[in-house]
Design a protein around this ligand. Structure first.
Ligand SMILES: Cc1cc2nc3c(=O)[nH]c(=O)nc-3n(C[C@H](O)[C@H](O)[C@H](O)COP(=O)(O)OP(=O)(O)OC[C@H]3O[C@@H](n4cnc5c(N)ncnc54)[C@H](O)[C@@H]3O)c2cc1C
Ligand code: FES
Length: 285
């Protein structure tokens, strides 16, 4: 699977956000909005779950957008146009059911903004009126506002420092909108787990169906290993085979946040190893 396009969408001191397009005709011809792939950049990387942001079935091309947050995503981000990916499995997970809800609110935060692009597009094509709220740390962390704006009837931007759009978190404008008019058929949200928890808490008193796209840590992606276990409505679910979409009013977010921290020590070790490898390579050069 050859990489045919690479673009850095955002480059901040915390992490770059990179768009890659690569050949994968089988997945490109069958993937639906909301589904993901498991990708290995090289034989020594882990399997990373990433949402398919776009697909071109005619050309057999898939688009992914990812934040270089740890060892495997940094390894992926070091590949260039013309390089080959080691392995890609998919499409995985259930597609998001695209129905006509009338009015929909879509909320994306951080790199979750990339994950909502196929959803906004599909709901718009499904005849819905869409209000989108995008939240980022600063102006430099904001991505895809023009692309998502094309499919949104109303687009609201927020940044933590107020450098672009409204100052504060996405929950601010969301609460204001719902106070004035709560006649929305659906709220769909992707972003950091604490953000999805807050959004679900804001919509709960209005009893608006709220779907969150969860990012539990995955290993096999087949429902066998149990790594992506979470609780929805008191029942055990697996993000890879039961999700990634879940009912935000029924998810145990606190448990999910605890489980996200399971490998912090190993993740830090892996990053140090990558840094040392880079330093050794520089010294050799
Ligand atoms: C269904 C699904 C779709 C996803 N789609 C995207 C996407 O389109 N773009 C994107 O940038 N990211 C996406 N993610 C998150 C992405 O898989 C993780 O960022 C990645 O696995 C981190 O791997 P790493 O080795 O680079 O970092 P690690 O060193 O493994 O982790 C670095 C940090 O990220 C956290 N982390 C690790 N794994 C995950 C995870 N699965 N989800 C969230 N945080 C994690 C860790 O707790 C740690 O703090 C998705 C996750 C899932 C489950
Ligand atoms: S990743 Fe193993 S059960 Fe979901």
């Amino acid at each position: 699977m050859k990489i045919v396009y690479k673009k850095v969408l955002s480059d901040t001191k915390e992490a770059r956000i990179v768009e890659l397009r690569f050949e994968s005709s089988t997945i490109a011809s069958s993937v639906e909005p909301g589904q993901f792939i498991l990708l290995m950049a090289s034989a020594c990387g882990e399997r990373v779950p990433l949402t398919v942001v776009d697909s071109d079935p005619k050309k057999g091309i898939l688009t992914i957008i990812f934040q270089e947050i740890g060892y495997s995503t940094k390894l992926l981000g070091s590949l260039e146009t013309g390089d080959l990916l080691y392995s890609v499995v998919g499409p995985l997970g259930h597609a998001t059911p695209i129905e006509n809800y009338g009015k929909i609110l879509i909320v994306g935060g951080g790199v979750g903004i990339a994950e909502i692009l196929p959803i906004v597009r599909a709901f718009k094509e499904g005849g819905n009126h869409i209000t989108t709220i995008l939240g980022a740390k600063t102006k430099d962390h904001m991505i895809l506002q023009d692309e998502i704006g094309q499919y949104s009837d109303e687009l609201i931007l927020t940044t933590d420092d107020g450098g672009l759009g409204e100052k504060g978190f996405v929950s601010g404008p969301l609460a204001k909108i719902l106070e004035k008019d709560s006649d929305f058929g659906l709220v769909y949200c992707v972003g950091p787990v604490p953000m999805m928890k807050v959004v679900s808490n804001v919509t709960k008193p209005y009893n608006i169906k709220t779907i969150v796209c969860l990012n539990a840590i995955m290993l096999d992606g087949t429902g066998m290993c149990g790594s992506c276990r979470l609780t929805e409505d008191g029942k055990i679910k697996f993000c890879c085979v039961d999700g990634p979409d879940f009912d935000g009013h029924l998810v145990d977010f606190d448990e999910l946040m605890q489980r996200q921290k399971r490998f912090l020590k190993e993740e830090a070790q892996a990053l140090r190893k990558l840094h040392e490898c880079k330093l050794k390579a520089q010294i050799k050069e």
